[in-house]
Design a protein around this ligand. Structure first.
Ligand code: NDP
Ligand code: 8X3
Length: 253
């Protein structure tokens, strides 16, 4: 098995799924993860038959440290030559003021976006250190660079990803492990449907009258940063729809 390996968290939808497909198309073997097993199995079959690459399905919840440790420690040795870890699994839950927000939503975002990302990194970084190479790519957000009304806790989790990416880069410097943060503006995925608890109409309105980014746009960016020469690292990227100037300023028809 000589192909490079990309490990992608949250590959059942959106940015993670599009990234997995692009790596597969370019001959990488792929480790795909997520909680929805049926989607993972179906996607795995599709990737294997379409791109003649190998796929390892790991079905777990990034919020559960026990599951993360058990699953990562059970990865077969030949799958441990991980070139890229894409820390993508994440979500927004709700959009409300700090005085009225739902504490369960906040905990879900903190547990997934911050704790999930550090559990994954804590368990994969030693494998990369042992290999002597690796690249960790964290999906942050424009919400990690700016704060918008009612975004309080989601923005805080993505500011944490921003800080963690900078910290990881320092800690892993001497181990030949690159760290990149990619911070998108609006991307049309299942993100807003999840944020608004399944309310598809409300989710559609987020993108009404404008052309948002597509998950494939972020996948291309992920793949581009992952394929720079060994002496080049892309530290940080903010990528926006052309009609979105910042977190709160958009041009709608
Ligand atoms: P989607 O909802 O389409 O995909 C989210 C993915 O994360 C799914 O595969 C989901 O899998 C996985 N996931 C969520 N929670 C968990 C969990 N607890 N354990 C394991 N996997 C989990 O959203 P996007 O593709 O848009 O989001 C991907 C990342 O991009 C997130 O970190 C998000 O914050 C970020 N982002 C999104 C933007 C946007 O506008 N869409 C903009 C900026 C950043 P499953 O449900 O099967 O577990
Ligand atoms: C998603 C981008 O600004 O809709 O992270 O929260 S935003």
């Amino acid at each position: 098995m000589d192909n490079k390996i990309a490990f992608i968290t949250g590959a059942t939808a959106g940015i993670g799924k599009a990234s997995a497909e692009l790596f597969a198309k370019n001959g990488y073997n792929i480790i795909i993860t997520g909680r929805r097993k049926e989607r993972l199995d179906e996607f795995s079959q599709y990737l294997k038959s379409t791109y003649a690459i190998d796929v390892l399905v790991l079905n777990f919840d990034v919020r559960n440290l026990n599951e993360v440790e058990t699953v990562i420690s059970s990865i077969p040795d030949h799958w441990k030559r991980i070139n890229v870890l894409l820390n993508n699994a994440g979500l927004a839950a709700g959009l409300n003021t700090i005085q009225e927000g739902n504490v369960n939503d906040w905990e879900r975002m903190i547990d997934t976006n911050i704790k999930g990302l550090i559990y994954m990194t804590r368990n994969i970084a030693p494998i990369m250190i042992n290999n002597g190479y690796g690249h960790i790519i964290n999906i942050g957000s424009i919400a990690g660079k700016e704060v918008y009304a009612n975004g309080n806790v989601y923005c805080a989790t993505k500011h944490a990803v921003d800080a963690l990416s900078k910290g990881m880069r320092i800690d892993l410097l001497s181990h030949n492990i690159k760290v990149t943060a990619i911070n998108p503006g609006m991307v049309e995925t299942e993100f807003s449907i999840v944020r608004f608890n399944g309310d598809e109409e409300r989710a559609k309105n987020v993108y009404k009258g404008l052309q948002p980014l597509l998950p494939e746009d972020i996948a291309e960016t992920v793949y581009w940063v992952a394929t720079r020469p060994p002496h080049v690292n892309i530290n940080d990227i903010v990528i926006m729809p052309t009609v979105q100037a910042n977190a709160t300023t958009t041009l709608r028809k």
